[in-house]
Design a binder for this molecule. Structure first.
Ligand code: GLA
Length: 367
């Protein structure tokens, strides 16, 4: 019997590069999804077809599987990690179709991983806790694909809810769903400049954070991640840190505080305060963490000039991809036109603009 699953991409409202520092994030699951159609096979083979790439890959679950360096590493990595964790899979034919724009910071990879995981688990008659699934999908990306990402994307793809933002503590994996006001639109602007997450810059940021932790833990033994450090402590033990590592730490520490303030602001429906925090987040990512790009900075600048914009910032890993904008409903139309035409005039690139609503996390869909 054939079954169909979908898993969404995500946009992060605030809390960037905090997840792998045991910190806080506030993503939203998007209406864009990856779809996985699955039917069982009588052997232990996985036949995986990607509609986006028009390619099929076949692997044998009883063999030692190695990454091929292409799209198939994401679904195959998930199968490998499920098996390593002791979940024995049945062979299956899997057809994957993704509608999340690839390489634009909206987590097309997590959507593929989570859709694949849900489909494989269901067809193999397994019960796997959703938190465990999020961890295994992340591990697939860490171990098999080789990108040392945090858990935000996989988590929200599983746990997101319509009309809500998800405030996640990436250490305990406890979360709260925060209602988003009806009179505001989440507008994503795609710079059309792709990023490559597996690229060394992302892993390099992680190493710099680890270097910061190693230094600070000499003085503050309770520190196991930047989550545990206050800004005062960072200042106090600044000597001995390189200028770059100091700034990386400062971003993470101030960003964590911004996420918690943003959650308060959202609970009070104080969109002005929320927007201010988004702006500060962008500046910190641009100046301290240095993961923005010319195009992202331009997109944010253009957005901030438009009436009715509460806040604008880059979203996701950075180095290209998208911005997220919080815009009053009545100004959404003008916002799109103004930002699109100005961005195109300056860069000669035609941006894609998506007006989004928060959607539900992964689920089985009756075809
Ligand atoms: C990518 C990673 C996430 C997170 C963000 C930055 O999207 O997959 O785990 O680190 O970058 O916030």
């Amino acid at each position: 019997m054939q079954r169909l699953f979908r898993a969404p991409g995500r946009v992060n409202l605030i809390g960037e590069h905090t997840d792998y520092n045991d910190g806080f994030v506030m993503p939203v699951a998007l209406g864009f999804s990856t779809w996985a159609k699955i039917s069982p096979l009588e052997n232990r083979k996985l036949q995986i077809y990607s509609e986006n790439f028009g390619e099929e890959v076949e692997v044998n679950l009883d063999e030692r599987l190695a990454p091929r360096g292409d799209w198939s590493d994401y679904p195959v990595g998930v199968a490998v990690e499920l098996e390593k964790a002791g979940h024995r899979l049945r062979g299956a034919r899997l057809e994957i179709r993704g509608e999340v724009p690839i390489g634009s910071g909206l987590s097309s990879s997590a959507a593929v991983e989570v859709a694949t995981a849900c489909a494989l688990v269901a067809i193999s008659d397994l019960q796997v806790d959703k938190r465990e699934l999020a961890r295994l999908c992340r591990r697939a990306e860490n171990e098999f694909v080789g990108a040392r990402v945090g858990i935000m994307d996989q988590f929200v793809s599983l746990f997101g809810e319509a009309h809500k933002a998800l405030l996640l503590d990436c250490r305990s994996l406890e979360f709260r769903l925060l209602p988003l006001p009806d009179n505001v639109r989440l507008i994503i602007c795609n710079t059309m400049v792709k990023h490559a997450l597996a690229s060394s810059a992302y892993n390099e940021r992680r190493e710099q954070c680890e270097a910061g932790v190693k230094h600070l833990a000499q003085f503050l033994p309770h520190v196991t991640a930047l989550r545990d450090v206050t800004i005062e402590e960072l200042e106090q033990h600044r000597a001995g840190l390189s200028e770059v590592v100091y700034r990386r730490c400062r971003h993470v520490i101030t960003e964590n505080a911004r996420v918690l303030s943003a959650a308060d602001a959202l609970e009070r429906s104080d969109l002005l305060a929320f927007g201010r925090l988004m702006r500060e987040s962008h500046q910190s990512l641009r100046d301290d963490y240095e993961v923005s790009s010319e195009e992202l900075d331009l997109m944010v600048e253009l957005a901030q000039k438009v009436e009715g914009v509460y806040g604008a910032r880059m979203t996701g890993g950075g180095f290209g991809g998208c911005t997220i904008n919080l815009v009053a409903e009545e100004h959404a139309e003008v916002f799109q036109q103004t930002v699109a035409s100005e961005y195109e005039r300056v860069t000669k690139l035609k941006p894609e603009i998506y007006v989004c609503t928060a959607a539900n996390g992964a689920e089985e869909v009756r075809s």
